[in-house]
Design a protein around this ligand. Structure first.
Ligand code: SAM
Length: 236
């Protein structure tokens, strides 16, 4: 894609300069190259990477403090965590995933783009969420396309500081978010907003759940790895 096309694509969220455009082009090229031998993402076209990964990740930009610290749970190829770092140089970012080869790719991107104040962690959210070095340490926690809302809430809310925010990019199903309100409450959160975004060419809105942490999460959560998926928190 040309710089003009990219500037237009990103214009709802930022005024992209040469450095930012260069970083995104290099990131897309590495993703396409690595994807030939390792399955980092199901998306394999250049335009689709710019739209469905980069632009979709940028849709949470208006909701974050660009000078705070952010944890991206189940980041995969770095979405949205590394994308937000590219456009917010002062943001401190931790990207976490349970698949080792994805973390090797993330480290390669962090090195290639010379991103500072970025840390990568290999492991499960349920384990890191019990570790005092991570628990209730973040201003912002993000997750895109990782798990159903009750499971995701148990993975992510324990990491958020009281007063901070958990931002879940939840795709097209708004009902799934609303149905999880009680679970969010049990974990110490409050559903503040469901923001709608539409990507170019899409008919349907995508939903972003904005969840404020209003109380500490009780020590019961998160439960052991695998349990949140096997037995999502019940509310009845
Ligand atoms: N967020 C990325 C995106 O939007 O492209 C990746 C989405 S991918 C469908 C889900 C990712 O979550 C996978 O990379 C998977 O390894 C990771 N994941 C799933 N369960 C996890 C857990 N319990 N702890 C950490 N990562 C997890």
């Amino acid at each position: 894609m040309t710089n003009e096309q990219l500037i237009f694509l990103f214009s709802p969220y930022l005024k992209a300069d040469e450095k930012i455009l260069g970083d995104f082009k290099a990131y897309a090229a590495e993703l396409l190259e690595w994807n030939k031998k390792t399955n980092i993402t199901a998306i394999t076209g250049e335009y689709e990477i710019f739209k469905n990964h980069f632009l979709d990740s940028l849709s949470v930009l208006p909701l974050i403090n660009p000078k705070g610290n952010l944890l991206d749970v189940g980041t995969g190829g770095g979405f949205p965590g590394l994308v937000l770092k590219i456009v917010c140089p002062e943001l401190k970012v931790t990207v976490m995933d349970s698949v080792a080869k994805k973390v090797v790719f993330l480290d390669h991107i962090i090195d290639t783009l010379k991103l500072d104040s970025v840390d990568s962690k290999w492991g499960r959210a349920e384990e890191f969420g019990r570790d005092p070095a991570f628990r209730e340490q973040y201003d912002v926690v993000t997750a895109r396309a990782v798990a159903t809302m009750p499971v995701l809430a148990e993975f992510c809310i324990p990491f958020v500081k009281v007063g901070g925010v958990f931002i879940a990019q939840k795709g097209r199903d708004e009902k799934e978010i609303k149905k999880a309100e009680k679970v969010i409450d049990i974990l110490g959160g409050k559903l503040e907003e469901i923001r709608k975004v539409k990507l170019p060419g899409d008919d349907e809105d995508r939903n972003i759940a904005v969840i404020r942490k209003i109380r500490n999460t009780t020590q019961e959560y998160p439960r052991k790895p695998g349990i949140p998926e096997k037995r999502p928190i019940k509310t009845k």
